[in-house]
Design a protein around this ligand. Structure first.
Ligand SMILES: NC(=O)c1ccc[n+]([C@@H]2O[C@H](COP(=O)([O-])OP(=O)(O)OC[C@H]3O[C@@H](n4cnc5c(N)ncnc54)[C@H](O)[C@@H]3O)[C@@H](O)[C@H]2O)c1
Ligand SMILES: N[C@@H](CCC(=O)N[C@@H](CSCO)C(=O)NCC(=O)O)C(=O)O
Ligand SMILES: [Zn+2]
Ligand SMILES: [Zn+2]
Length: 371
């Protein structure tokens, strides 16, 4: 086909470049990133569908490392501390942090949303004097990064960093969606849409909360076997049914589920997840991130008749307070983490790692940043 005068769609790679990382300023921490995993939100922003996506930038937000140096006034971490960068900050002082109602923090969010540090609204990354933007206040696809002190959790130095890096995003998000946002009670019937890392962590959290049935829904039936070991008790592939998936679930559950979780980022599935909830009390939690311009819809009657629609960011966990607690739970073998790591690679292979995310067998790829 002739392509002259046409827009061409083609593949591009992330590039690995030498970057200058400026010293941390007041209230900032420079971290040597040892291991980082890839999350679908990195792929989402790279795709250009994130309205906050700003390029050129350094992506990455699910990582663990060691503090290299700290700026003036930083008291809660020091060089040598083992840390997890937290894209969701916790300053403990702002209106949000003090509300007792949310884990969102307002202190640095406006700066991190536009790829800069709060102090001087500049980036600490540059190439030949030209700034490279930060991403989600973390930018962990770099061997060194600079984060705000409110965006870093100090953790047990005995914890294996090549595993607990996952506690920077996907696993806490799923667990917390169940424990903090939905507050699933023992005996509940739960539906999980999407059986990737986040959906499996929802299943794990629901099992721990004592759910009686955990129904996993995915369009890839290969996901089902593995999901059993995370707590899923029944499986549905929407492709095997002619009826809308919400009707299939309502029929199977005597009127609908107590809780549902959308872990895909698809607005049609978000609607189905709400509408498969039981009249009068069923609650649906949106976890997946949908692209810019996408909107959710349903008949208001669904809410009038008692269903509740919620969303969650980082599973409602307060990052600096609770990430160390999650690390301790992992060390006591009370939550899974190793089981979500399906591949280990190096920074040099980051493009292959992104390709692997489309492979049904892949959950998390962990990159060793210094080989
Ligand atoms: N809210 C938050 O704080 C937060 C944190 C982390 C990730 N996320 C988002 O959560 C979502 C899930 O992340 P993940 O890493 O588990 O992704 P993933 O791609 O590994 O998992 C998604 C799963 O959904 C399945 N799927 C796709 N379309 C489907 C459909 N129409 N019906 C049923 N199943 C379908 C896929 O087969 C896959 O198993 C992403 O959108 C990610 O950006 C949100
Ligand atoms: N810039 C994106 C926001 C996407 C989004 O909702 N991010 C989640 C975390 S995804 C982690 O993998 C989140 O926590 N949001 C709350 C926040 O960003 O403060 C967009 O605009 O689509
Ligand atoms: Zn993420
Ligand atoms: Zn705050």
């Amino acid at each position: 086909m002739a392509t002259q005068a046409q827009v061409i769609t083609c593949k591009v790679s992330l590039v690995i470049e030498e970057v200058e990382v400026a010293p941390p300023q007041a209230g900032e921490v420079r971290v040597k990133v040892l291991f980082t995993a890839l999350c679908h939100t990195d792929a989402y922003t790279w795709s250009g569908k994130d309205p906050e996506g700003l390029f050129p930038c350094i992506l990455g937000h699910e990582a663990a490392g060691i503090v290299e140096s700290v700026g003036e006034g930083v008291t809660e971490v020091q060089p040598g501390d083992h840390v997890i960068p937290c894209y969701q900050a916790e300053c403990k002082e702002c209106k949000f942090c003090k509300s007792g109602k949310t884990n969102l923090c307002g202190k640095v969010r406006l700066a991190t949303g536009v790829g800069v540090m709060l102090n001087d609204r500049q980036s600490r990354f540059s190439i030949n004097g030209k700034p490279i933007y930060h991403f989600m206040g973390t930018s962990t696809f770099s061997q060194y990064t600079v984060v705000h002190d409110v965006s870093v959790a100090k953790i047990d130095p005995k914890a294996p960093l090549d595993k607990v890096c996952l506690l920077g995003c996907g696993v806490p998000t799923g667990l917390g969606a169940v424990w903090n946002t939905a507050k699933v009670e023992p005996g509940s019937i739960v539906a999980v849409f999407g059986l990737g890392t986040v959906g499996l962590a929802v299943a794990e959290g629901a099992k721990a909360a004592g759910a009686s049935r955990i129904i996993g829904i995915d369009i890839d039936s290969k996901k089902f076997d593995r999901a059993k070991s995370f707590g899923v008790t029944e499986f549905i592939n929407p492709k095997d049914h002619e009826k809308p998936i919400q009707q299939v679930i309502v029929d199977l559950t005597d009127g609908g589920v107590d809780y549902s979780f959308e872990c895909i980022g698809n607005v049609s599935v978000m609607r189905a997840a709400l509408e498969c909830c039981h009249k009068g009390w069923g609650t649906s939690v949106i976890v997946g991130v949908a692209a810019s311009g996408q909107e959710i819809s349903t008949r208001p009657f669904q809410l009038v008749t008692g269903r509740v629609w919620k969303g969650t960011a980082f599973g409602g966990f307060k990052s600096r307070s609770q990430v160390p607690w999650l690390v301790d739970k992992y060390m006591k073998k009370e939550i899974k983490v190793d089981e979500y790591v399906t591949h280990n690679m190096t920074l040099a292979d980051i493009n292959k790692a992104f390709d692997l995310m489309h492979d049904g067998g892949c959950l998390r790829v962990v990159l060793d940043m210094h080989i």
